[in-house]
Design a protein. Sequence first.
Length: 437
Amino acid sequence: MPSRIEPTLAYAQQQDREDELKGFRSRFYFPRDESKVRPDGQTAAGGFGGEVIYFCGNSLGLQPREAEDYIRQELVDWREMAIDGYWRARNPWMTYPAVLRAPLARIVGALEEEITVMNALTVNLHLLLLSFYRPTAGRYKVLVEAGAFPSDQYAIETQTRWHGYDPAQAIVEIGPRPGERLIREEDILEAIAVHGDSLALVLLGGLNYYTGELFDLAAITTAAHKAGALAGFDLAHAVGNVLLRLHDWDVDFAVWCSYKYLNGGPGAAGGAFLHERFIRDITLPRMGGWWGNDESSRFNMQKGFIPKPTAEGWSMSTAQVFNMVCLKASLAIFDEAGFSRLLAKTRRLTGYLYTLLESLLGGGSRPFEIITPADPERRGAQLSLYFGDRAKGLQQQLADEGVIVDFRGPGVIRVSPAPLYNSFEDVYRFYHILKEL
Ligand SMILES: Cc1ncc(COP(=O)(O)O)c(C=O)c1O
């Protein structure tokens, strides 16, 4: 990227020509809206044939074009082999989740055996809380971020109740200081120290869904351990989006969904990480099921749960192959592109977006506020723009122009250029349309 960033279409197109990952865009389907096509064949947003500018990969990633072939393969194997497909399918269904572990391990910085693909995020959060939230009379508190994603709030509220605690006593919320929008790292660390003796667990969204703020998972984990507590993370908005080193950072457990940056499709199977030090620990409480039982005795049809000595020992039910197929297709693209190259592109692409948006805030005019941290180390692809009361209406106006972004109350529009399929031209066109609006 040349040192001087320019707010011009020509500059954006030049960046795209120089982008070594530009070819991956054509591996995805972009949604179309024929009603937005003008007589010259362009949409208002500048795409041809009704193609929209899609900046919603933080909610639902786009469909990889190869996904259909991957699905067809399983349909063919099912049709032609039926039950034998568990062993003889091109991708034997018996071990289907296991082949997803290696590419995921590269993305989250884990050992393969620390990963399991199963269920969905909230279900997995509950399952891992059963193992890792084990309150005692003295140590029963859970430290969470104020305004965590509602499903996480419900999970921890109901877990504390299930253990017989009043959530108001057991849940410690840490939020931004008055007048601020982001949570300060130092405040999290201080809260951990303050509640240290009574803290059982620190449970945070690794990258906050509303603000786009990325927390220092390594420092938080170290502080939690120092206090005698465990550290777990919801990585829904972090996985496939930012650098993670879960094993090296000593994180105890983490869960994520696969339908955002991982492009696994709606309702795709979620993922979970358990640190190596736990995966062979048969004393940890857990809920057993035959798919978590060791393969050597799974079909003996006998009493006595013998958990697999890996994170898959937390699986329960038959692998949901059709909920994993599109994820498999997408992970193959991640491997082809190389995750570190994707992260480098995120810095440039979201950096470009940040600079262009900042230029709209000069000269005393403050039509919105970029609440996501300016520091690229503290964010991923997403920028959260606070428009207050205008946000909902503006999201609709953008949609009318062929730009898909999402709204999160109160007052925020989230804009996420995904490095696999978004371009600098997308970013420029978005900026231009926003400026006009
Ligand atoms: C941060 C976060 N946590 C949890 C969830 C819930 O995930 P699921 O519906 O797969 O349980 C979501 C869904 O978007 C999310 O964004």
